[in-house]
Design a protein around this ligand. Structure first.
Ligand code: ATR
Length: 281
């Protein structure tokens, strides 16, 4: 980010509702600033029902790119010129680039998550993994884990109809991964290379989505919640000596991957991480 705004300054942004509390504007602007790019990133609150006008606005005003957040990650898709194959399977786009009027959507949530595991030297390939939850985040992560070659992914959700539907949908795309919707008892009884919490349990309360003490061996625990920085589940893992990560890595790397998707440059990871931490701690 250069100090001044010029006629040439490229505009990026976040579309969603709400956007006021998003960490993306400070994180991405810190990246622009450190790379001395003539670009700015702003939040744009777009109401449900205004998505097609918002996308038309991106084209008309020649914005360079946007992130997309709740509740528009799926509804933007029909208005784009191109969507990457995995984002199409997930059914959600969180990053759009605008190259001379050609709008291309991708999903960096799942790739950001996989990259955050990589920093711990964990690869999903040939692993047995449990996913808690069957919402939008679970969809993205399931595609990421199966695409990365997981051997078996078991999904537990409070509402089992949702996890059954999810597994049935994705099994056709990833025949090499055993995807199953399971009971909580099966989560307890299965030795796991990785357990991932994608539910919102622990975000607003000190509840846990599963009692780790009732589980067989867990090698790694990932909770995609980043605020609070340490959920009760993560605390329990720490007390039991289980390696664990919170959602900051996923948040950071989805931003890094979006930065690269837009600019073709490697993202200044440490700058972005430090900016994020000043917002969360
Ligand atoms: P996101 O897009 O972030 O994944 P979501 O689609 O609203 O959010 O999904 C939230 C997930 O958290 C769901 O799996 C939800 O379970 P249900 O499908 O049964 O609603 C799960 N969840 C939320 N509150 C929960 C609770 N108190 N106990 C168990 N699961 C809960």
């Amino acid at each position: 980010m250069t100090e001044s705004i010029y006629g040439t300054t490229e505009i990026y942004g976040l579309i969603g509702d709400p956007v006021e509390h998003s960490f993306s504007p400070p994180m991405i602007n810190a990246a622009f600033s450190s790379e001395k790019l003539d670009a700015r990133y702003l939040g744009f609150r777009v109401k449900v029902g205004d998505v097609s006008e918002a996308i038309a606005g991106i084209r008309a005003l020649n914005f360079a790119g946007v992130n997309v957040t709740v509740p528009h990650k799926s509804t933007v898709i029909p208005y784009l010129d191109e969507v990457t194959p995995l984002a199409k399977k997930i059914g959600a786009v969180n990053t759009i680039s605008n190259v001379r009027g050609h709008l291309k959507g991708t999903n960096t949530d799942f790739s950001g998550f996989i990259r955050s595991l990589k920093t711990l030297n964990f690869s999903p390939k040939n692993k047995v993994i449990a996913v808690l939850g069957a919402g939008g985040s679970a969809r993205a992560l399931l595609v990421g884990l199966a695409d990365a070659g997981a051997f078996r992914v078991i999904v537990y959700n409070r509402t089992s109809e949702r996890s059954k539907k999810l597994v049935a949908e994705f099994s056709q795309y990833f025949p090499q991964t055993k995807l199953e919707s399971v009971s909580l008892q099966t989560i307890h009884d299965t030795p796991l290379d990785l357990l991932v919490n994608t539910t919102t349990v622990g975000m607003f309360s000190s509840e846990v989505p599963v009692d780790l003490k009732q589980c067989k061996k867990i090698s790694l625990l990932a909770d995609i919640i980043y605020n609070p920085i340490q959920t009760t589940l993560l605390k329990q893992a720490e007390e039991m000596g289980i390696a664990a990560v919170n959602g900051i890595g996923m948040l950071l790397y989805q931003g890094c991957e979006a930065f690269t998707f837009w600019t073709g440059k490697q993202a200044p990871e440490e700058v972005m991480r430090n900016r994020l931490l000043t917002l969360i701690e």
